[in-house]
Ligand binder design. Structure first.
Ligand code: F6R
Length: 606
């Protein structure tokens, strides 16, 4: 779970190379480094800390040269030390490599190389690769051959890139499972773990597939098969993301910017061609059973989908967490899975897709990152077009996924004749009006939510409660709270309380309720019962409510009153308010909001 980048150019590259790992920092941020070639030597600078800190210490941007690789790390094998940061040199310092993922057989290779006299400078699995290349080159002095023969010796999920003094105009890179892409510029080319590595320099890209390697010069590139060395024809595609969408745009954090992006990203989700939505809907309709699969936030997105499929399309689509999928799914060629993934690179989700494919089940996905592995693995993909999401925690991407799922649900419901044309139109109107509703609510409510956050950061234990579709919304909101504040927040269905959790309630326990509009009579009543159960035991109750909900107003100790909205979008408006609540709580607590401790944006390892 690291970020890799590389540039080969006719000009000095250090500043751009530094900028590229800065843009990948959300993939890992405990240490970083650059290796740049000039005048027969590779200069390598690296250290621990965030990218800007390391630049201050090591003056990364002052390196001189036209060819280089860079890395930002999230430690897996070997602690956070200068020695363990990347790039790594071979013993003779003629090769430098960066690596993302795991070389699962590194221990065996390390013992072998150590016995032959190679001295290791780090505790990483990555360093073996540099020594393997040196050893292979000593036997037959051809860099490409040495690179490929080393690739054939390593196992696991990885992406790697290399420069060598013996090929001063070429970048070498390869991947298996972990992501890697090429960016094609004018008189310069790029490699990167994802498009953020080079989006500010070019919007033309090529994705590397598993078992492929690339040799990249400043004017051209070749992609070959590791096993056969045969050259491959690859699709070149244009990235439709706006560079501005990757910048903070005046907000103090990416999280806040991305929360405020949601009116726009909702519009983008609604702009996805009806044919694409219909195609996915028909796939689902034709399957005997379709699983909705994601992990972390995207599992909660899938749960929202499950509720909506039951409610509107009268179909049961079980939501399953990717990591549990193989333990629970019953698969056949008549079944399908629809996965949801922002990065399109999540290991657990990729494994779940592979598992489904091994039963010839059909696969679909909703993905944000173009050219990502999941977008290429599945039979049918919907690109959500939410733009780059930089904050480690997902807000706008997850939100769009819910909107897209809702569109698919409405389509299946219509095809199955569970929705009249009038209802269908009414629901679409509610969705089309929603971006303006979000915009207004964000502007009107931010101050109140900030105030609620400022006065409640002393609370270290929260229950976030909802029923029906408000249950997964509460779960997702609790996850946001945990991630950015490091406080305990447990998402729960209101009905769970009396089956155990009530034992915990006293005046020190606070709960946040996601209260449905009063015209959702059953859900509203169930929520009120739960509020009363907690109040009766001295617990404090906060809540998001809608205008006209006098009963809740009387019961709640602290409330955020939202304007009346269509019941279809009501849970999502409350979810956005909960994102703001998590953000402002973390701000008050002075947390590292965009890069919470111990987390990385793309979880590409097991
Ligand atoms: C939480 C969060 C994670 C991701 C999960 C799946 O804010 O972002 O829980 O949702 O790691 O990632 P993707 O969506 O990239 O597959």
């Amino acid at each position: 779970m690291c970020g890799i980048s590389g540039i080969v150019s006719s000009e000095n590259i250090a500043k751009d190379l530094f900028s590229s790992i800065r843009n990948l920092e959300y993939r890992g941020y405990d240490s970083c480094g650059l290796a740049v070639y000039a005048e027969g030597k590779i200069q390598l600078r690296k250290n621990t800390g965030e990218v800007d800190e390391v630049n201050k210490k090591e003056r990364l941007t002052q390196l001189v040269g036209n060819l280089g690789i860079a890395h930002t790390r999230w430690a897996t094998h070997g602690g956070v030390t200068k020695e363990n940061s990347h790039p790594h040199f071979s013993a003779n310092m003629e090769f430098a490599i960066v690596h993302n993922g795991i070389f699962s057989n590194y221990q065996k290779l390390k013992s072998e190389l150590s016995a032959e006299g190679f001295e290791f400078r780090s505790m990483t699995d990555s360093e073996v690769f540099a020594h393997l290349v040196e050893r292979a080159y000593a036997q037959s002095p051809n860099v490409e051959n040495a690179f490929v023969s080393s690739l054939l010796q390593v196992e696991g999920a990885f992406a790697t890139a290399m420069i060598s003094i013996h090929e001063p105009d070429l970048l070498f890179c390869a991947k298996n499972v972990s992501p890697l892409m090429l960016g094609l510029g004018e008189s310069r080319n790029f490699i990167g773990s994802d498009i953020n590595a080079f989006l500010e320099f070019t919007k033309t890209a090529v994705t590397l597939d598993d078992g492929e390697y690339a040799i990249v010069g400043k004017q051209d590139y070749r992609i070959k098969d590791v096993a056969t060395k045969e050259e491959k024809e690859k699709n070149v595609f244009t990235i439709h993301w706006d560079v501005e969408s990757t910048k903070k745009g005046g907000y103090s954090h990416y999280m806040l910017k991305e929360i405020f992006d949601q009116p726009f990203t909702t519009k983008q989700a609604l702009k996805i061609e009806k044919e694409e939505i219909e195609k996915m809907a028909k796939m689902i309709q034709q399957s005997q059973l379709c699983y909705l699969v994601g992990v972390g936030t995207t599992f909660y997105v899938s749960m929202v989908g499950q509720y909506f499929f039951a409610q509107f399309a009268k179909r049961h689509l079980p939501a399953v967490s990717s990591d549990e999928f193989k333990d629970i799914a019953i698969l056949s060629d008549k079944n399908m899975m629809l996965t949801v993934s922002q990065s399109g690179e999540t290991y657990d989700t990729k494994m779940a897709i592979n598992f489904a494919k091994s039963f010839q089940s059909k696969t679909g996905a909703i993905v944000n990152v173009m050219g990502s592995a999941i977008s290429m693995m599945v039979d049918n993909v919907i690109m959500q077009g939410s733009g780059a999401e930089i904050c480690v925690v997902s807000t706008k991407a997850a939100f769009s996924q819910m909107m897209i799922l809702l569109r698919i649900v409405l389509e299946v419901a219509r095809l199955d004749n569970h929705l009249s044309e009038d209802q269908y139109k009414e629901y679409y109107t509610a969705l089309e009006d929603f971006p303006d509703v979000i915009e207004t609510a964000l502007n009107e409510q931010s101050g109140f939510i900030r105030n609620m956050a400022d006065t409640s950061v002393k609370i270290h234990n929260w229950l976030f409660l909802g029923c029906g579709v408000y249950f997964p919304v509460a779960m997702e909101s609790a996850l946001k709270m945990k991630e950015v504040t490091y406080l305990h927040a447990e998402g729960m269905a209101t009905g769970f309380l009396k089956h155990g959790t009530l034992a915990m309630i006293d005046e020190s326990l606070y709960s946040l309720f996601f209260v449905p509009p009063p015209d959702q009579i059953d859900l509203h009543e169930r929520t009120l019962i739960a509020i009363e159960e907690i109040k009766a035991r001295g617990g404090k109750v906060y809540g998001f409510i809608f205008e006209g909900d006098e009963k809740s107003e009387q019961l709640l100790d602290h409330l955020i009153r939202l304007p009346k909205v269509h019941f279809l979008v009501a849970p999502f408006l409350e979810m956005i308010m909960a994102q703001l609540f998590a953000y402002y709580s973390a701000l008050k607590l002075n947390r590292n909001i965009d890069k919470p401790r111990n987390l990385a944006k793309s979880v590409t390892v097991a």
